[in-house]
Design a protein around this ligand. Structure first.
Ligand code: PNS
Length: 164
């Protein structure tokens, strides 16, 4: 049985993330979406909020689960017996960073392989950081995020009359 982990901050989950989840779930028997609980990073959403949002969104995929992790990704992967790490590659700017992480992880734990899915062109520019920047000024984020997530992001910035 092939179990994979799709790790990330998911602060918040975007349509780009969901696309990677849907596509990678078809490639493996079981996919665990691993949400990094990193207290050093200044997250907009708490770990529980991020996990809950993902759980709501993945209910249509029978072989996908969501979990929080902290510490090294390789240690978590070992613990849950995952042999594959899935990451999305948006553009060449992602490449250097992702290559470095994948090679380091492989060096630490040789049984773990990282596979990359190139994001669909329509999501190639999309990042949680940029979405938060737009939302913080009350800009329109409706095409970037799943509909149920949108009001929660504006709420964090105290914006009530969004989309008007
Ligand atoms: O969504 P992100 O923030 O790009 O995801 C980054 C993530 C969570 C994949 C990466 O930061 C990670 O794996 N962190 C866990 C700590 C770790 O293992 N770091 C060493 C990688 S060399």
């Amino acid at each position: 049985m092939k179990r994979a982990i799709y790790p990330g901050s998911f602060d918040p989950v975007t349509k780009g993330h969901l696309d990677v989840i849907a596509r990678s779930a078809r490639l493996v028997d079981e996919l665990v979406v691993g949400v990094l609980n990193n207290s050093a990073k200044n997250a907009l959403f708490s770990i529980q909020e991020r996990v809950n949002m993902l759980k709501e969104l993945i209910s249509e995929f029978p072989n996908v689960t969501v979990d929080a992790f902290d510490g090294l990704l390789v240690d978590y992967a070992k613990r849950i017996d995952a042999a594959i790490i899935v990451r999305g590659l948006r553009a060449v700017t992602d490449f250097e960073y992702e290559l470095q992480i994948a090679q380091t992880n492989h060096e630490i734990y040789a049984d773990l392989e990282t596979i990359f899915l190139t994001t669909r062109l329509e999501y190639a520019y999309l990042s949680s950081t940029i979405v938060k920047e737009v939302a913080s000024y009350g800009g329109d984020i409706s095409r970037f995020l799943p509909p149920q997530i949108i009001p929660r992001v504006y709420e964090k910035y105290g914006i009530k009359d969004f989309g008007k």
